[in-house]
Ligand binder design. Structure first.
Ligand code: COA
Length: 260
């Protein structure tokens, strides 16, 4: 993969690991991080081998939010453009076939929390601090945090987190359903890679259809969402992997998926 400056990308077989790389400022997010991330997404989409992307942070934070020194002098138009750019990259991640896992280390505050929420799955450590502290800076979350947090944890907790700006640790984040798993201390990346490998064992089209059915379905009324799911369910039966998966079960052996 290309060499970047604001991020580090490394391909390990079917997995691409992306590290946000501004550790001196706890990976505070500026537009260049997202220009590079978007370029990395182009390369990921063009590489059929990559099926899982793990996003993490270099140093002691996943990301401690959007860069406050960058945002301080923005006017209303500039701030909206900043948020529009970043939310378009986050939305792109949700529409891609690959599964995104956030391996959330240290701090996921503000934009860092929002970046993790745009991933499909989140794994963290007990001591990691999550929060949307924007109201304490005179702003609201602008990278879709009010929307994604509400969809992930519900109105009650999302409102409390947004209006109080309180920080919660990894254990609490797991309890409220904001993260999928709390890794043992020091084993965050190992456990994120284990999670990626569990996904890689499955039929890739089925995995992508599962992601699409959930992401699209949640935006639709129930009947349309069910229609959407049944269409994708039908399409699975046009794949070689469905035949192989079910034949392997009947023959009491492991399937050999070809990702078609
Ligand atoms: N924007 C810009 N710089 C940031 C930043 C942010 N969101 N978060 C951290 N940094 C910088 C600090 O200014 C500091 O820079 P310096 O060494 O030049 O002074 C460096 O990162 C290290 O942070 P520091 O505050 O010294 O570390 P800490 O361990 O004492 O505290 C945090 C860690 C995360 C609690 C604290 O940095 C913080 O509250 N950050 C802002 C969180 C926030 O409000 N995010 C939402 C933004 S919308």
């Amino acid at each position: 993969m290309s060499e970047f400056t604001e991020i580090i990308c490394e391909k390990q077989g079917g997995i691409c690991i992306i590290k946000i790389n501004r550790p001196k400022v706890l990976n505070a997010l500026v537009p260049s991080v997202f220009y590079e991330l978007n370029q990395a997404l182009d390369e990921i989409e063009a590489d059929p081998e990559i099926r899982v992307v793990i996003i993490t942070g270099e140093g002691r934070a996943f990301a401690a939010g959007a860069d406050i020194t960058y945002m301080k002098d923005l006017d209303a138009k500039g701030a909206k453009a900043f948020a529009t750019h970043i939310t378009s990259v986050l939305r792109r991640m949700e529409s891609m076939e690959q599964i995104f896992i956030a391996a959330v280390n240290g701090y996921a505050l503000g934009g860092g929390c929002e970046l993790s929420m745009a991933c499909d799955l989140r794994i963290t450590e007990a001591g990691t601090k999550f929060g949307l502290p924007e109201t304490g800076l005179g702003i609201i979350p602008g990278f879709s945090g009010t929307q994604r947090l509400t969809r992930l944890v519900g109105l009650t907790i999302a409102k409390e987190m947004v209006v109080t700006g309180k920080k919660i640790d990894g254990v609490e984040a797991s309890r409220i359903g904001l993260v999928n798993k709390v890794a043992e201390d020091g084993k965050l990346m190992e456990e994120a890679i284990d999670m990626a490998n569990q996904i890689l064992k499955n039929a890739s089209l089925a995995v992508s259809y599962g992601k699409e059915a959930i992401n699209r379905g949640i935006q639709l009324d129930m009947d349309s969402a069910i229609d959407f799911e049944t269409n994708l369910f039908g399409l699975c039966f046009a794949t070689e992997d469905q035949k192989e998966g079910m034949t392997a079960f009947c023959e009491k052996r492991k399937p050999h998926f070809v990702n078609r």
